[in-house]
Design a protein around this ligand. Structure first.
Ligand code: PMP
Length: 393
């Protein structure tokens, strides 16, 4: 179909979520590049922290194809022994702390948040939650309830009652916010849509301690930071703080849809009875997604991409020096350029996209530019990216 017709039909028949969608027509993507009909883009956002191992990663594509040839959907989640799920869960357990050994697979980040909320209610017998101001946890009602920003949630009330919020790194708020009545605390160890802001170690340790004192589950949303992006395989390694539930999605699927929440088997087993099927889903842990995910994880580990993200961060920081850049925040390959204001920030982003560099903004930090390239990026491309940004500041 001609690209003008595709554009028109996209606007007409595909549900729209903004009056100004990016609307690029990409015909092929490989590595860090996206190819439109007559233009090549460097992807510096990875589909919002998804394509960690690069577009069209050969190992991932081969694993997915091999699984397509064996079987796709067989049965609803949890009934059949599906090798791709078992192998991925076993590998995840092997690279995580001992207590994170049981993986419940879903299809997306929001669903994983919902599952974790339900699990926390069942395990603790409590129903109050604590979350962070300006965290992003997803588009479903439960996830929206954990988000403080009224702009995105006020039109959807009523949401879940009993949610209170703390400011990231505010040690003084922890004791009063987390009480014996709290079922779970949801934390993004490195906050995403707030503009890639890492937590202080003392803050996460204090939350862990308070959760232990009050029999509250600590949940880490590592949907953006996980799978190597933050400079370690998971942010929890950087902080040496082990949550009771770890949530992954985005990069987890290696480009396929996949989410999961991970806990100790002792915790997860409450879903087995009273009611039986305590959390149900049809497609969770789709075998093709799990095969792709395992290949992606092996690729990250084999190529040491998590550790290498730290040197690549340094290279970005070395090059991104300019009077208009107030600060570069973030860690590993989740970095944000802090500029003067929103209008200027949008102008810079638009100019970079026109120049063939795909970058974008944050939901809650509109004066920052998001840099979240595939982890396979090399220094030469980092130089090129920074050159384009500096030219357009
Ligand atoms: N948590 C975080 C930290 C996220 O960045 C996102 C997605 N932007 C979600 C949860 C929700 O994931 P999904 O869009 O797959 O439902």
């Amino acid at each position: 179909m001609h690209h003008q017709a595709l554009h028109r039909l996209f606007l007409k028949h595909v549900g729209q979520t903004s009056s100004a969608p990016l609307a690029l027509q990409i015909e092929r993507a490989e590595g860090i590049y996206m190819y439109a009909k007559d233009k090549t883009y460097i992807d510096c956002i990875s589909g919002i922290s998804v394509s960690n191992v690069g577009h069209g990663n050969k190992q991932v594509v081969e694993a997915a194809k091999a699984q397509l040839d064996s079987y796709m959907h067989l049965m609803v989640y949890g009934e059949m022994v599906q090798a791709p799920q078992v192998e991925l869960a076993t590998k995840l357990a092997s690279v995580l702390p001992d207590s994170l050994n049981s993986v419940y697979f879903v299809n997306s980040g929001s669903e994983a948040i919902e599952g974790a909320m339900k699990l926390a209610k069942r395990v603790t017998g409590k129903h109050q939650f604590v979350a962070q101001y300006l965290a992003y946890h997803g588009g479903t009602h439960g996830a929206l309830s954990l988000m403080s920003d009224a702009y995105f949630s006020q039109k959807f009330v009523p949401l879940l009652p009993g949610v209170s919020f703390i400011h990231q790194n505010d040690l003084s708020a922890i004791e009063t916010a987390i009480t014996d009545a709290t079922a779970a605390v949801f934390i993004e160890p490195i906050m995403g849509e707030k503009g890639y802001v890492p937590s202080d170690i003392a803050y996460l340790k204090a939350i862990r301690k308070r959760c232990d004192e009050t029999c509250t589950l600590l949940v880490f949303d590592e949907i953006q930071s996980g799978y190597g992006r933050c400079g370690s395989l998971f942010a929890l390694e950087k902080y040496c703080v082990v949550p009771d539930i770890l949530i992954l999605a985005k990069g987890l699927g290696g480009g396929m849809p996949l989410g999961c929440f991970i806990a100790d088997k002792k915790i997860m087993d409450v879903f087995q009875d009273n009611p039986v099927l305590g959390h149900i889903n049809t497609f969770g842990g789709h075998p093709v997604s799990c095969a792709a995910s395992l290949a992606a994880l092996n690729f990250i580990i084999d190529h040491d991409l998590a550790e290498k993200a730290n040197a690549k961060e340094k290279e970005f920081r070395r090059l991104l020096v300019h009077p208009n850049i107030k600060e570069v925040t973030g860690t590993g390959l989740m970095l944000a350029i802090d500029l003067e204001d929103k209008i200027y920030c949008r102008q810079v982003i638009d100019k970079c996209v026109s120049a063939g560099l795909l970058i974008d903004w944050f939901l809650y930090s509109e004066n920052k530019i998001r840099l979240s390239p595939p982890l396979i990026i090399e220094n030469e491309a980092i130089e090129k990216i920074c050159g384009i940004i500096l030219e357009n500041l």
